[in-house]
Write a protein that binds this ligand. Structure first.
Ligand code: ATP
Ligand code: FE2
Length: 313
């Protein structure tokens, strides 16, 4: 059995192919990189322009006649990008005469993490551009805590933009932060939830006043990641789980990984991170989740859902 997955919810257009044992047979991606924030229509036009070229690259490796199932990331995401993805996936399904199933993008970040790390029943910290959630599974996905305003990745990207860094700013901020010293910035945990907009405005204000970007970036990471570690520790304590899984684009950050690893060691919990090449958006995670859901007969409807929450699958 071969499954193809299509990702087109935001900045990335990705296609991945796996076999029935979840081996990755092909993975191709293109990224729309805006100068300012993402303009949804521009992103979808970028995907439309690049989609058939990307599929050709896949066809160089895979005979599409061997595909048995097609998965599409049908939400959450930017509506123009989701609509383009749906059109592309429906055409492919018609051309190949194979079924198409809708997959939740957040579930896909979690499932690829579980499959590639082999963790069995983890608490998952999902940190990406648009999402920041602490999740565990108990008759479906339950959200134990989350951001009340913006995702941590978007906060990092906005901070970077103020300092003239291009999108995505995460890896660049991480590098510059290595040379900084700690200055106090607002820490905001509300029960199991978090806020990033306060620390973001304060950091931008101080950068504009001429404070050292090394110090602001370092301290922004320290404070935000400490907030994430605090709620994650409480989630592990409350659920009595023995495993922590870190997923999403921001999971690539070494300092965040380090803080969580220390916390898990203190608690005797196992810690693992989705491999770097599959942390950000990709089609492979959609193919894997399509196969997981197909096996357990959780077939999604094929309609786009721009605000589809993981606790509402
Ligand atoms: P979502 O899953 O919410 O739809 P997304 O699709 O925007 O989010 P991903 O590709 O999962 O995003 O993640 C992209 C984010 O990861 C960007 O905000 C980027 O800055 C951030 N990121 C990437 N590498 C790092 C890093 N080393 N440190 C911090 N952040 C990082
Ligand atoms: Fe994502």
């Amino acid at each position: 059995m071969k499954v193809i997955g299509i990702e087109s919810t935001a900045h990335t257009f990705g296609i991945g192919v796996i076999d029935e044992k979840f081996n990755v047979l092909a993975d191709e991606r293109t990224h729309y990189t805006p100068k300012e924030g993402i303009i949804p229509l521009e992103a979808s036009q970028f995907h439309e322009k690049n989609a058939s070229g990307l599929l050709k690259k896949i066809e160089d490796k895979i005979n599409l006649k061997e595909i048995n199932l097609i998965g599409l990331s049908s939400g959450p995401g930017l509506p123009p990008c989701l609509y383009h993805g749906l059109k592309f996936a429906k055409e492919l399904s018609k051309r190949l005469g194979k079924p198409l199933i809708g997959v939740n993008h957040c579930q896909a970040h979690i499932e690829i993490g579980k499959i590639l790390t082999k963790l069995k029943s983890p608490v998952t910290l999902y940190v990406s551009g648009g999402n920041t959630q602490i999740i565990y599974e108990n008759k479906g996905y339950k959200i134990l805590g989350e951001t009340q305003d913006i995702g941590i990745g978007n906060a990092i990207d906005k901070l970077g933009r103020t300092a003239g860094l291009s999108f995505p700013a995460g890896p660049k901020i991480e590098k510059i932060a290595g040379k900084g010293k700690f200055v106090m910035l607002p820490y905001s945990v509300k029960g199991m939830d978090l806020n990033f907009s306060g620390i973001l405005s304060e950091s931008i204000r101080r950068l504009e006043k001429g404070e050292s970007k090394e110090n602001i970036f370092y301290s922004f990471q320290e404070v935000c990641f400490a907030m994430l570690t605090e709620i994650t520790e409480r989630a592990i304590a409350a659920t009595e789980k023995k495993e922590l899984l870190l997923v999403g684009g921001v999971a690539q950050n070494n300092r965040l990984q380090e803080m969580l690893r220390i916390m898990c060691k203190d608690r005797g919990a196992k810690f693992d991170v989705v491999p770097k090449e599959f942390a950000g958006d990709n089609g492979t995670m959609i193919a894997m989740t399509a196969l997981v859901n197909y096996k357990s007969k959780k077939l999604g409807e094929i309609e786009i859902k721009s605000n589809w929450r993981v606790d509402n699958i």
